[in-house]
Design a binder for this molecule. Structure first.
Ligand SMILES: Nc1ncnc2c1ncn2[C@@H]1O[C@H](COP(=O)(O)OP(=O)(O)OP(=O)(O)O)[C@@H](O)[C@H]1O
Length: 296
């Protein structure tokens, strides 16, 4: 079996001063093997993002952060070598965030940001070569006019386009591991589903390992090979995706499964079939209550 690209053992994290600390991670252990797709699932505040940020070397330098345990990526301990891990970001390990538009720099065009990413993997790359690679990468994520996208600012592109740009950038240096923190949750559900599908296809093609962070077990069902369920800073259950869905053992996993929205195909039962007429708000459709103009 392939060696893990990421191994986290007994990870503990507390925030606060030396004298007064609050522990938020109470001994997390998980691993991700080469080419494997693993999900870390739990509700808001359970400790998913801080685990990923520690693994990316993004948190441990802060004076109010107290981390112990081990996070090994590429033979480097991220707890001790935060700077070294951070240096490798975008090269051997990359991250995709929830909101692509705010993750991109609003003051630079996509072209400049893409060149910077490619240069972090290959400092000697020329502008012309970087642009060629960027165009090919954008075409691969189905951006219709890559040249035009490169000459745009993030705010000129839709959220869905920015998410594709982020995926193209994250995978541009062929990282061994991609960490995706709730990708697309800031966008609508259709775009979120497309984002996950695209990410799945590209990482599958390239053999990139993925750690997907999500609060929604429904989202990870199609995506992940294995799932870790995190609850209040502890892994309460882990197993293959099929095991977890068919035989959930922990009550919290069962509660997460029960929270998956069910689409039965029958539509929402209590709503009238016709939607309100926004061009003629005074016309009241059956079941919609008072006309807009009637509200004092
Ligand atoms: N910089 C910080 N200082 C103090 N506490 C923090 C800090 N960052 C996170 N926390 C706390 O750590 C806990 C875990 O936060 P984390 O962001 O990892 O949760 P999460 O599971 O990713 O939730 P969400 O889905 O809402 O992002 C929370 O109680 C949060 O308030």
């Amino acid at each position: 079996m392939a060696e893990p690209v990421l191994t986290i053992r007994d990870l503990r994290l507390a925030f606060g001063s030396r004298r007064r600390q609050t522990e938020v991670l109470h001994g997390i252990s998980l691993h991700v093997r080469a080419s494997e797709k693993v999900a870390l699932v739990g509700e808001s505040g359970s400790g998913k993002s801080v685990t990923a940020r520690l693994a990316m070397g993004l948190l441990q330098e802060a004076p109010t952060t107290h981390a112990s345990g081990s996070i090994r990526f590429d033979g480097i301990d991220a707890i001790k070598g935060g700077r070294e891990i951070a240096r490798r970001r975008g090269n051997r390990v990359a991250m995709i965030f929830q909101d692509p538009t705010s993750a991109l720099n609003p003051t630079f065009k996509i072209r400049g940001q893409f060149r910077e990413v490619l240069r972090s993997g290959n400092p000697a790359i020329s502008d012309a070569d970087a642009d060629r690679q960027a165009e090919a990468a954008l075409a691969e994520v189905s951006i219709p006019d890559p040249k035009r996208a490169l000459d745009s600012y993030a705010f000129q592109l839709s959220g869905g386009m920015n998410q594709r740009v982020m995926i193209a950038m994250a995978l541009a240096n062929r990282p061994a591991l991609l960490m995706a923190d709730e990708p697309g949750t800031a966008l609508d559900v259709t775009v979120q589903a497309q984002t996950l599908k695209l990410m799945h296809e590209l990482t599958e093609k390239r053999g990139t390992a993925v750690l997907l962070i999500s609060h929604n077990l429904g989202v990870v069902r199609e995506f992940a090979d294995r799932v870790y369920v995190i609850y209040r800073g502890r892994i309460v259950e882990h197993g293959t995706t099929a095991q977890l869905f068919h035989e959930p053992r922990h009550p919290y996993t069962r509660a997460l499964l029960a929270a998956i929205p069910k689409i039965s195909g029958g539509g929402l039962p209590d709503l009238p079939e016709r939607s309100p007429d926004f061009e003629n708000p005074l016309i009241v459709h059956e079941g919609c209550g008072e006309p807009a103009g009637a509200i004092a």
